[in-house]
Design a protein around this ligand. Structure first.
Ligand code: MG
Length: 172
């Protein structure tokens, strides 16, 4: 009879953790366009509470997901005065502190943003540098890619972001 191999709890603890985060925001004329912590000159910007930085929101959800810490809306509800109007970079730092308290640290992050406006390409280096800095990683462990919507149009203009991260457990 086939026996399922068992994984010891110490093996599980030592194994890396993967996290997936996504975020989608409407793009609205006249809104400030802050993406990946970069203020971009653009006719449209993501609509939502606080700065609506969809790249950071997807990244935060990936980090929290990998750590088994629910999600951004549960941990940082905008109904809580502590988080009302908080900027997304502050939430990212807070999420990283929650991970660090569990000896979990990001070792890799890869992000793709789908949108027609703004073009991500010209801002890629700066977004990447910001993310690497916040995550405490070298540039080659962080990637951000922009893709257009390739003519797939909807009634509403939007940005759609997908982020994956890898966490490792460091006890030192
Ligand atoms: Mg969001």
């Amino acid at each position: 009879m086939h026996e399922t191999p068992t994984t010891s709890s110490s093996e599980i603890e030592a194994a890396p953790r993967i996290g997936l985060g996504t975020d989608r925001h409407r793009m609205v004329v006249g809104r400030p366009c802050l993406l990946g912590g970069v203020s971009i000159d653009c006719q449209v910007g993501p609509f939502g509470h606080s700065d609506a930085d969809a790249i950071l929101h997807a990244l935060i959800d990936a980090l929290l997901g990998a750590a088994g810490l629910d999600d951004i809306g549960t941990l940082f509800p905008d109904t809580d005065p502590q988080w009302k109007g908080a900027n997304s970079a502050d939430l990212l730092v807070e999420a990283l502190q929650l991970l660090s308290a569990q000896s979990l640290h990001p070792v890799s992050a890869d992000i793709t943003a789908h949108c027609d406006r703004p073009k991500i390409g010209p801002h890629r280096a700066q977004i990447r540098a910001n993310l690497a800095n916040w995550l405490g990683l070298p540039l080659d462990r962080v990637n951000i890619k922009g893709k257009t919507l390739e003519g797939v149009t909807t009634d509403v203009e939007y940005i759609d972001v997908i982020a994956v991260v890898l966490l490792q457990n460091h006890r030192d």
